[in-house]
Design a protein around this ligand. Structure first.
Ligand SMILES: NC(=O)C1=CN([C@@H]2O[C@H](COP(=O)(O)OP(=O)(O)OC[C@H]3O[C@@H](n4cnc5c(N)ncnc54)[C@H](OP(=O)(O)O)[C@@H]3O)[C@@H](O)[C@H]2O)C=CC1
Ligand SMILES: O=C(O)C1=N[C@H](C(=O)O)C[C@H](O)C1
Length: 274
């Protein structure tokens, strides 16, 4: 499929996924974007099929492919909400194609992130565990509250997601934990406390705890709790529609056009960097 006007071509990776299908719909609706391609991993049953038909809609004249280099050629950005292994491979392909890489994938290890970062000298990479405006604002609020309160206030991050989610804590919970730790002037790794079970002993002063709930169709809910003696502050975000993540990703893809190579996040895109 080709487009001759000034619209930006977008390739969707993981096109059959919950977010992949949401992103496809959002690109098709966007006046400044066109759907340049769709990727799935080798062996996926959608490979070779028309994307629209595979989605159970009318034909879109976009064939789902596993050929990254060919699919990315001429595209402005690839939007990638897949899995860490796929994201690592795609980062190299996007850098080679000169195409921006918008990454929503969570569950990435430090090694995965380093591998992706190694491509940021040649490509614009925007990576965020949550692409919504609300969560990115909540990060700033979390940092501010954590900086204002001392360790008499215990910080706990609680998240809830649908039964299909494979990683915990969520990417968003980790972003919020990072923001809280930054507010306290500490690396998160020094204060991170994973989900508790059994005789854990009393809570360690200054630690940041994480708990995850999985069930049903919960799209994504996050609380940052600051629990003191006699009072408690709770900062909350509830997502009620996945389109807010897709719209954030599209905003990032447009923002990335013409940018210098580097690793950016949604605070850069939304102009929220302090
Ligand atoms: N940053 C944000 O704002 C948000 C991030 N997410 C994150 O996005 C990711 C996807 O979520 P969701 O759409 O719900 O998940 P789905 O499982 O519905 O979709 C994932 C897609 O990626 C594909 N995929 C899986 N592994 C690989 C691989 N190794 N290489 C290439 N493609 C692969 C899957 O294909 P197959 O069917 O073959 O497995 C599927 O098409 C998760 O990490 C999630 O946490 C989700 C929402 C918002
Ligand atoms: O897997 C999901 O669904 C979501 N994942 C992201 C995360 O890990 O925080 C963002 C959102 O909460 C939905």
């Amino acid at each position: 499929m080709t487009q001759t006007d000034s619209k930006t071509g977008i390739v969707i990776a993981g096109a059959s996924g919950r977010m992949g299908q949401m992103l496809t719909a959002a690109v098709l609706d966007h006046p400044a974007l066109w759907l340049a391609g769709a990727l799935e991993r080798p062996g996926h049953e959608w490979i070779g099929r028309d994307l629209g038909e595979a989605m159970g809609q009318g034909a879109l004249s976009v064939t789902v492919s596993d050929q990254m280099a060919e699919t990315l050629k001429g595209a402005g950005a690839v939007i990638d909400f897949t899995a860490p292994v796929g994201t690592r491979v795609l980062a190299e392909a996007a850098a080679q194609a000169g195409c921006a890489h918008i990454i929503g994938t969570t569950g990435m290890t430090e090694e995965d992130i380093a591998a992706v970062d190694a491509c940021a000298d040649r490509a614009v990479i925007v990576r965020a565990g949550n692409m919504s405006l609300g969560v990115n604002l909540l990060m700033q609020l979390t940092k501010q509250v954590a900086a204002a309160l001392d360790a008499d206030f215990d910080i706990e991050v609680v998240e809830a997601h649908h039964r299909h989610k494979v990683d915990a804590p969520s990417g968003t919970a980790l972003m919020l934990g990072e923001a809280a730790a930054e507010g306290r002037g500490l690396p998160l790794a020094d204060v991170y406390t994973a989900a508790r079970d059994g005789i854990t002993g009393a809570r360690e002063r200054g630690s940041i705890g994480f708990s995850a709930i999985r069930g049903g169709d919960i799209i994504g809910e996050h609380d940052v709790i600051f629990a003191g003696e006699g009072e408690r502050i709770v900062l909350t975000h509830k997502a009620s529609d996945r389109s807010l993540f897709a719209n954030g990703a599209l905003k990032a893809a447009i923002w990335a056009q013409g940018r210098a190579p580097g690793h950016y996040d949604m605070l850069d895109v939304l102009g929220l960097k302090a």
